[in-house]
Design a binder for this molecule. Structure first.
Ligand code: 13P
Length: 243
């Protein structure tokens, strides 16, 4: 089967204000329009602004959603609200949600069902901590997270997997090409029923390592944190994936 187009997604996390978001979006208008799918996931409060001036060729995504459809859930945002706002994608199961909000595999699976119900594409994050890697559990942890997420609504096109080793997020430490290849091959094997599903790598992706990572086998794009907040760096990563 032919490889899918590369998918480069910026996760802005809890960063930015109206002025910086406007500047960043304006600078991203220079993005190449050649065969790469691009997505940006701003904070909830910047979704409306981002949607109103979304640069050509970009999808709009959110960083989380509720497992509930609607109702008395103060502070939560439903998948249908995101869809209504113009989102096509939502990141779920990010390690920062798993860690700071104690999100379990079970809760993440319920959120995925809600997101699919509303027609959103889920970017599901999986990844091991440093201790888990050092104790030889990396593949077992990632397989557990992945299998728990393969609910009946999952298809090859409504779900994207992002392998984000927790120890590589925001640390400047990148997984070696060998580690990435090994883990992505394991993930691909687990996804054998879903031909063509994309598997992204995330964790300190920068312009200087993007080309090598993006062209490793079974790597179909990147989920980018810090470098997606700087237009020149994010554009360079997109360029690297487009080659
Ligand atoms: P960094 O690119 O800042 O390491 O963040 C990765 C990430 O968590 C993307 O979701």
């Amino acid at each position: 089967m032919e490889s899918p187009r590369k998918f480069i997604c910026g996760n802005w996390k809890m960063n930015g204000d109206i002025t910086s978001v406007q500047t960043l979006l304006s600078d991203l208008r220079a993005a190449p329009q050649k065969g790469v799918d691009m997505c940006i996931c701003p904070a909830f409060v910047h979704l409306s602004l981002t949607q109103s001036v979304l640069p050509e060729g970009f999808f709009l995504g959110a960083q989380d959603c509720s497992a509930q459809q609607n109702g008395a859930f103060t502070g939560d945002i439903s998948a249908s609200m995101l869809k209504d706002m113009g989102c096509s994608h939502v990141i779920l199961g990010h390690s920062e949600r798993r860690h700071y909000h104690a999100e379990t595999d079970e809760l993440i699976a319920s959120k995925m069902a809600a997101a699919h119900d509303s027609g959103l594409v889920v970017i599901l994050c999986v990844g091991e901590t440093l201790t888990e890697r050092e104790t030889g559990q990396a593949e077992a942890i990632v397989s557990r997270q992945l299998k728990a997420a393969l609910i009946p609504s999952v298809t090859a096109t409504n779900t994207i997997i992002a392998y984000e080793p927790v120890w590589a997020i925001g640390t400047g430490k990148v997984a070696s090409r060998q580690d990435v290849e090994t883990m992505h091959a394991t993930i691909r094997k687990t996804l054998d029923k879903y031909a063509g599903m994309r598997i992204l790598y995330g964790g300190s992706v920068k312009p200087d390592n993007a080309a090598e990572l993006m062209h490793a086998p079974n790597v179909d794009g990147a989920l980018v944190g810090g470098a997606s907040l700087k237009a020149d760096q994010f554009l360079a990563i997109i360029e690297a994936a487009a080659v």
